[in-house]
Design a protein around this ligand. Structure first.
Ligand code: ADP
Ligand code: ZN
Ligand code: ZN
Length: 726
């Protein structure tokens, strides 16, 4: 037989499939060792066939198989082919997604413990032991018939020789047992609610066929209960489920909820696991010991056989799109898998992606709505506060009088408040208020971010650190200001005002260490009254019953970000953040501080009117021909040598202009330019930007890949609908 093998070498230009002779016992998906050049290396069998076009003398034998079971499912091989074609990826890079790195590099092994089972009668044997053999006598006394003990425990208490003696005499027997490492969770009671009629309808609709559903349910409408019931039904029918949640929402609380309901049948896959945990959870899925996978983005690649449903919670989240190699969109993979397995796919959100909602309206997705909170609990009232009028009235601080009033009330009533600092596309920079000089990175040409704790300026693209400014290098003035409001500033102001109230800060700086995120949340949960100040990290999914006030310090920051999606993202962030308030008995309130109180986004946000917002936004996109009406493509060229990048970009641009002539109707926009961030790690960046209609999209993209393949003197990336154009 002939096997097609992907050789597993990263950092190499080799990305071909090679043929080898294989013996009869080799199966598709198995890991093998093959001769390659002068070395023997690892590879994966992705196909078996009878014939090859390779010369017989050149064909070599597979040396050996590594495991006695396949690591890659036939479905995975299909997905790889799909990804290689769609995203122009290399097989080896895709491979990474399907098999944990630790397994490929053999850095982690199953955790095997040796147990001792008492199979004979220790008391009877004891009578034959000499009285000076103290350890042996004590061991005979300690062990009880038919019990089992950890070998290491007995050895450390009674010595190796005593244990060996009893094994030799058939009193003890050894047994090796693999112990699975499981991610920690908290012990909570599982309350299984009786579904409301709307929830029940959603569940029934989802499992009735294999279509794609958009579950559009406001915050607190009981979406999680719907997921659980769907999964329960699927598992009862002997099938398996994948449930994806944004990494940031994968709190121990969420995981414990699933554990409480489904026990050991749930495997958890996300980046916070230890190497051993991830290895064991992954194998539990592969071997069919766990039928439900709950995980972050990459769990879409889990080795689940016989899928019965895929659920994507918070489907609007941009974290479902991988922006670094291997680039992919989780939704594409989910659609592929649901088609392959003929199973339903559920996309769920309180603020669906504009494109998803459009598909639901057009009938491509099934629209399922949960328009009200459970028990008809009201949505918190959102009050828009005009910060310009605050300034006119003499309040130049960062808190409006309305927010101060509500904060006081909340603290007095011993409730909790969350204050949200909108940091999307925004950072705290240093500026000279005399001449307008702004501190930038010398290597990357981006604005430096001021870190107050270390009193340093940092470049977020290359990590370089600079001294904080005290004198302006341009005009020598000392009127240096820290550009805008940051979490720390808000926290210190609050600490001045409420000396006895616990105040917590949650942002990238305070959550760098493992578990910090969880620790802050659990401390805050216990503090009544208490205030949590944070970036978008605090906006998602948390269910604190005593939060009655949400304050949005400067809502506009994300609105003016240079991104066509900035209004949509602002709508989504603020709606999600507002959803944290009033989830239990006491009604919630939201104070939204803005310098643009008449912006249409705020009007719709305050009325929880997603549908009108959608109409308005879609209309704008249509008039400007932005997605979902077109696809944005960016070709990114970079190299240390500016001359060569510029030249390459120009040549490629000419090729693409010819392509445009062929597809004049489809190109809405095409231009070449320097990238907004001109330099990263001393690499000069140029780009070609285009927007094309969907009509011949795949054809055009294929041709663009072919064009790009010609230019290999610089690095060229093709980005489809990039989330970030910096
Ligand atoms: P969402 O995910 O839509 O924001 P959740 O699933 O967190 O909403 O549900 C909000 C709250 O309502 C939770 O505390 C949940 O336990 C409760 N809940 C959900 N379904 C029901 C039900 N059918 N009956 C009573 N309470 C429910
Ligand atoms: Zn200056
Ligand atoms: Zn830099």
């Amino acid at each position: 037989m002939i096997a097609e093998v992907i050789v597993d070498i990263t950092n190499s230009m080799v990305d071909k499939i090679f043929d080898y002779y294989a013996s009869e016992d080799v199966t598709v998906g198995q890991r093998v060792i093959v001769p390659f050049g002068k070395r023997n290396i690892q590879g994966f069998v992705i196909n078996l066939k009878q014939e090859t076009t390779v010369d017989e003398e050149k064909l070599k034998n597979i040396i050996s198989t590594v495991d006695d079971y396949p690591l890659i499912l036939p479905e995975h091989i299909e997905i790889m082919h799909f990804m290689v074609k769609k995203y122009h990826l290399r097989f080896v890079d895709c491979l990474r997604l399907f098999i944990p790195a630790q397994l490929r590099s053999e850095n982690v092994k199953p955790l095997v413990k040796t147990y001792i089972i008492v199979s004979g009668d220790p008391q009877k044997f004891k009578k034959t032991v000499r009285s000076n053999a103290k350890n042996l006598l004590a061991l005979c006394e300690y062990i009880k018939p038919n019990q089992s003990y950890l070998k290491s425990e007995l050895v450390s208490k009674f010595t190796q020789s005593a244990v060996s003696k009893l094994i030799e005499n058939g009193i003890l027997r050894q047994e090796k047992i693999e112990e699975k490492r499981t991610p920690p969770s908290i012990d909570i009671q599982c309350q299984k609610h009786k579904l409301t009629p709307l929830q029940q309808r959603a569940v029934d609709e989802i499992i009735s066929d294999n279509s794609i559903s958009l579950l559009f349910g406001v915050t607190g409408s009981g979406k999680t209960e719907v997921y659980m019931s769907v999964i329960e039904k699927v598992v009862q029918n002997g099938k398996n489920a994948i449930m994806l949640v944004p990494e940031i929402s994968l709190t121990p609380q969420v995981l414990s909820n699933f554990r409480a309901r489904f026990g050991n049948n749930v495997a958890i896959l996300h980046s916070g696991l230890s190497v051993g945990e991830r290895f064991d959870e992954w194998r539990r899925v592969l071997f069919g010991e766990a039928h439900i996978v709950v995980g972050a983005r990459s769990a879409i690649f889990a080795p689940v056989k016989n899928l019965g449903v895929i659920i994507i919670d918070e489907e609007h989240e941009t974290s479902y799109i991988s922006e670094s190699n291997p680039r992919y969109n989780t939704l594409h993979i989910a659609k592929f898998r649901s088609e392959y397995n003929n199973c339903p796919l559920v996309l769920a959100s309180a603020t669906p992606d504009i494109a998803s909602y459009q598909k639901a309206l057009s009938g491509e997705y099934k629209l399922l709505e949960l328009p009200k909170r459970i028990n008809d609990k009201p949505m918190p009232k959102i009050q828009i506060v005009d910060m310009l009028s605050e300034i006119r009235n003499g309040n130049t601080g960062m808190f409006s009088s309305a927010l101060l009033f509500e904060l006081d009330k909340c603290i007095k009533e011993k409730h909790q408040a969350m204050l949200f600092i909108n940091r999307r596309g925004y950072s705290s920079f240093m500026r000279c208020t005399n001449c307008g000089y702004v501190a930038k990175c010398t290597d990357c040409d981006v604005t430096l971010v001021y870190h107050k704790k270390e009193d340093k300026l940092k470049c977020h693209y290359c990590g370089k650190r600079f001294k904080a400014l005290t004198i302006c290098p341009q005009c020598k003035s000392t009127a240096i200001r820290n550009g805008a409001i940051g979490t720390e500033q808000v926290v210190s102001a609050l600490k001045e005002m409420y000396k006895d109230v616990p105040i917590f800060q949650m942002d990238n700086d305070t959550t760098r260490t493992k578990n910090a995120y969880q620790r802050i949340l659990s401390e805050f949960g216990k503090s009544k009254p208490g205030i949590l100040v944070g970036t978008q990290m605090i906006a998602k999914g948390h269910d604190f019953s005593d939060v009655t006030l949400v304050g949005i310090i400067d809502a506009d920051q994300s609105l003016y970000h240079t991104d066509y999606k900035s209004t949509e993202k602002t709508f989504e962030l603020i709606t999600q953040m507002s959803g944290r308030a009033g989830r239990d008995k006491v009604e919630g309130k939201v104070i939204l501080q803005t310098y643009a109180p008449r912006h249409y986004a705020y009007r719709f946000i305050a009325n929880y009117d997603y549908k009108s917002f959608f109409d308005k936004e879609l209309n704008i996109r249509k008039n400007t021909m932005f997605p979902p009406f077109t696809t944005i493509l960016r070709l990114l060229f970079s190299s240390q040598n500016e001359e060569i990048v510029r030249e390459t970009t120009k040549l490629c641009y000419n090729d693409i202009k010819h392509l445009r002539d062929e597809y004049l109707e489809d190109f809405v926009y095409l231009d070449a330019m320097k990238s907004p961030i001109r330099k990263i790690k001393n690499n000069i960046r140029y780009q070609i930007l285009m927007r094309i209609k969907h009509t011949h999209e795949n054809e055009i993209i294929d041709k663009i890949y072919k064009i790009c393949d010609k230019y290999n003197k610089v690095s060229v990336f093709v980005e489809i609908d990039p989330q970030n154009l910096s």
